[in-house]
Every structure is written in C-alpha cells, then in structure tokens.
Design a protein around this ligand. Structure first.
Ligand SMILES: Cc1cc2nc3c(=O)[nH]c(=O)nc-3n(C[C@H](O)[C@H](O)[C@H](O)COP(=O)(O)OP(=O)(O)OC[C@H]3O[C@@H](n4cnc5c(N)ncnc54)[C@H](O)[C@@H]3O)c2cc1C
Length: 381
C-alpha cells in the first residue's frame, strides 16, 4: 500500500505529491484523464506569488500584466498601472504538465486514466471506474470542484457554485492591463486578459444566465474565437476539510478566492499544508481525525481569514446594481485611492487593501449608501 494516495493531478494534487515524494513517502497519484493539464478550465491569470508557488519555469508564460482597467457603464472607468509585473498570463495546460513532471521526478507514481468513482471511508478503500479497489491509509483529495471524495464523506458542497465561460478572441488594446467589466456579469465580473497586443481571453462567471451573458459580452469582440473554456468555480469553504484519513485540498475544499475566482494560489498553499500534515502523520504513525485536524489549523492560519473576508466582499458585490458599480468606480477614481490600490493591492490577500479602503473618508459616503441599499434589497428582494 502507498504511504499517501493523491486523487487529481492538477496544481494542488501535483504539489502535494511532489512534497510527499520528496520527503520519502511512497506516493501514488490517481488521475482520470490520459494527459495532465487538459482540458484547460482556467483564465490563466496568476499573481506573482501564485506563479512562484507553482515552482515552474517561464515556459508556460504568454504575457505579464502590470495593472487593471475597471470598466463600468459608458463614461465610468478607472485604471491603474503599477509599472512593474503584478501577474502572469499562462498556458494552464503547460503549467499543470510541468508541475506533474516535477512530482514524477520527485518519485510520485502517476496512474492515468484512473477515474475514482467513490471511496469507502470505513474500510478505507478507493473504488475506480475499472472496478479496482485501492486500499489507502492517507488520502489527499485534490479532485477539483466536483470532488467525489467530499461526496463520499458526506461533506456538502460550497454555498456558491459559479460557472465560467471563456474564449480566445482577436483584440486590440494595452497588453499590460487586465480589463474587468462588473456590469457584464451581475453576480461577479467579466474579464479581458491580454495574451498579446492582438489576442485576449475574454470570459465571465456567474450563477444565472451565464451562456446568454457570455454571448452578449462576446459580441463586443468581432472576429473568430478559438479555444473555448467552460468550468465550475466553487466559492465558499466546505464545512469540513478532513476526516477518515482524507484531506481535501484546492477546489475540492472550496478554496477559490471569492474576490476573483482564482484558485491556483490557495490550491497550492493548501496542498503544502496537506503534504506537511501527511508527512507528520506518517512520522507519528497517527492518521486519526484528531491528528489530521492539524491540516485545517494550518490552512486556516495561512489564508482562512482572507477567504472569509473575500466571501463578505462577494456578498456585498452581489447586491450591487450597475448604478452602484458606476458610483463606486467614480468614488475610487482619485490619485490617492489609485495609489493605495497600487501599493497595497494583492490579488491573493485582498483584506489589507479592503481595510485601508474602508478607512478612507472619501469612500464612506458612497459605500455606506451602496451598503444600505444592498441590505434593503437583500431583505425586501
Ligand atoms: C473559467 C475559469 C477561469 C479560471 N481562471 C482562473 C485564473 O485566472 N486564475 C486562477 O488562479 N484560477 C482560475 N480558475 C480556477 C482554477 O482553475 C482552479 O482553482 C484550479 O485549477 C484548482 O486546482 P486543483 O488542483 O484544486 O483542481 P483542478 O485543477 O480542477 O484539478 C483536479 C484534477 O483532478 C482530476 N479529477 C477530478 N475528479 C477525479 C476523479 N474522480 N478521479 C480521478 N481524477 C479526478 C481532474 O481531471 C484534474 O486533473 C478558473 C476557473 C474557471 C472555471
């Protein structure tokens, strides 16, 4: 029996497998697809920190960005340029593949085309679509947003299940700025992520009418689209992230950031905590729930507060209408606030900036008015 079994060969699974294998644990990865990294279900925008966390070469990088333009209705927009690289635009297929190669080189064994259908947490057996029963002692479930492991453990899904659609289109614009269009996707935002001066990934996320909203947004970009992407983003941490010898990491645990939908950073960070707990558990010869609770303590200490605050920010955003968005953009479009965004903005850890913005007297009035309107709307519909 392997010391650790990892289900899923995405960024979270490959990171956990690499660290466990490097520490000398016999590690097996079960992955349903025949090749790693495909199909791509991602816009491929990674902050500097997220990219560093992946521990890969620059081979997957298409472009770098320095700032963003936030576009409301006609006449309402703001932009900021940090004049230094803030994020990378990557080919997720290549990135995932490179991460898996690192795990394999560290000694992890990959079993491809191995689809897990359920686990039996009492007998500690993993069942596969081929009818195999694989015994486990420690299991890291990095099996993405529809985690079969979480379902087998009876852990309910994240509170918000968003759908995303994206296409690659011809485009003309500033390749150093990402565009965000909140009014194009009322429950989240739409994005334009430049790949070069001539092409961009355009997409959006939401819970309702997503294909229609996407078709409307896409009509702004004439020309042939290539490479269409669809996928699910679970927002909101599952009520439990460990149990019966299993730890849930990445999207399987509901770790995508509620402010952006990005899940690579938190996925990889959580995988590090899961791998560390697996190593400690092996050393201690203890894989009880009491021991594995260390995992939940580690990730909570790392980014738990960020996700909690992000969820509050998303709930606030879900109550805003286009008029509120325009008012917020106008209120924030001052040299002082833009400077604050450039200095303290962090895609992965937005709480510091949110607190600083909340303390700015110039924003009290607008955000207070919007907040009260939102509360009234959520109470009276
Ligand atoms: C449209 C869209 C755009 C996005 N854009 C960004 C972005 O710009 N930046 C960002 O950081 N994040 C983005 N995300 C989120 C990001 O893609 C995920 O958060 C990230 O991939 C999570 O990594 P993971 O390893 O937890 O899961 P995944 O990458 O989903 O990997 C899970 C792996 O498990 C395998 N698997 C699943 N079920 C089973 C099974 N039963 N048996 C065996 N194997 C199984 C899958 O094949 C897959 O290889 C986006 C998501 C969507 C949908």
């Amino acid at each position: 029996m392997s010391d650790v079994i990892v289900i899923g060969g995405g960024p979270a699974g490959s990171t956990a497998a690499r660290i466990c294998a490097k520490a000398g644990l016999s590690t097996r990865v079960l992955e349903e697809h025949a090749s790693l990294g495909y199909p791509v279900q991602c816009a491929g925008l990674l902050s500097n920190n997220a990219f560093v966390e992946c521990e890969v070469s620059a081979r997957s990088v298409y472009n770098t960005v320095r700032g963003a333009k936030i576009c409301g209705s006609e006449g309402h927009s703001l932009s900021f340029d940090a004049k230094t690289t803030k994020a990378y635009v990557v080919d997720r297929g290549r990135l995932d593949h490179e991460m898996a190669v690192s795990a394999a080189e560290a000694g992890a064994e990959f079993s491809l085309k191995t689809c897990v259908t359920k686990i039996n947490p009492v007998k500690k057996i993993i069942h596969t679509a081929d009818g195999e029963g694989i015994p486990y002692n420690l299991l890291i479930a990095a099996d993405g947003p529809r985690s079969v492991v979480a379902r087998s453990l009876g852990i309910s899904p994240s509170p918000f299940i968003y759908s995303g659609i994206q296409a690659e289109v011809p485009w003309n614009g500033d390749p150093s700025l990402v565009e965000l269009h909140p009014n194009a996707a009322p429950e989240f935002f739409a994005w334009v992520i430049p790949l070069s001066e001539k092409r961009a990934r355009v997409g959006l996320c939401g819970m309702k009418n997503v294909p229609d909203l996407f078709a409307q947004f896409l009509s702004r970009f004439p020309g042939s689209t290539i490479h269409s992407v669809t996928g699910t983003i679970p927002i909101g941490i599952r009520r439990k992230t460990f149990g019966s010898g299993c730890m849930l990491a990445g999207d399987a645990a509901g770790f995508p950031k509620p402010t952006s939908g990005g899940g690579v950073y938190t996925g990889v960070r959580s995988a590090r905590s899961a791998a560390q707990t697996a190593i400690d558990s092996f050393d201690a010869g203890d894989s009880t729930d009491a021991f594995l609770s260390q995992y939940e303590n580690l990730w909570r200490e790392d980014f738990g507060r960020e996700l909690d605050m992000g969820l509050k920010a998303l709930e606030f955003r879900r109550n805003l209408d286009p008029e509120d968005i325009d008012a917020a953009i106008d209120a924030m479009n001052t040299p002082e606030i833009l400077d604050l965004i450039i200095r303290f903005g962090d895609m992965d850890r937005p709480s510091d900036l949110l607190k600083r913005l909340a303390m700015k007297p110039g924003l009290y009035g607008t955000f207070g008015r919007i907040g009260i309107k939102g509360i009234v709307r959520s109470v009276f519909g």
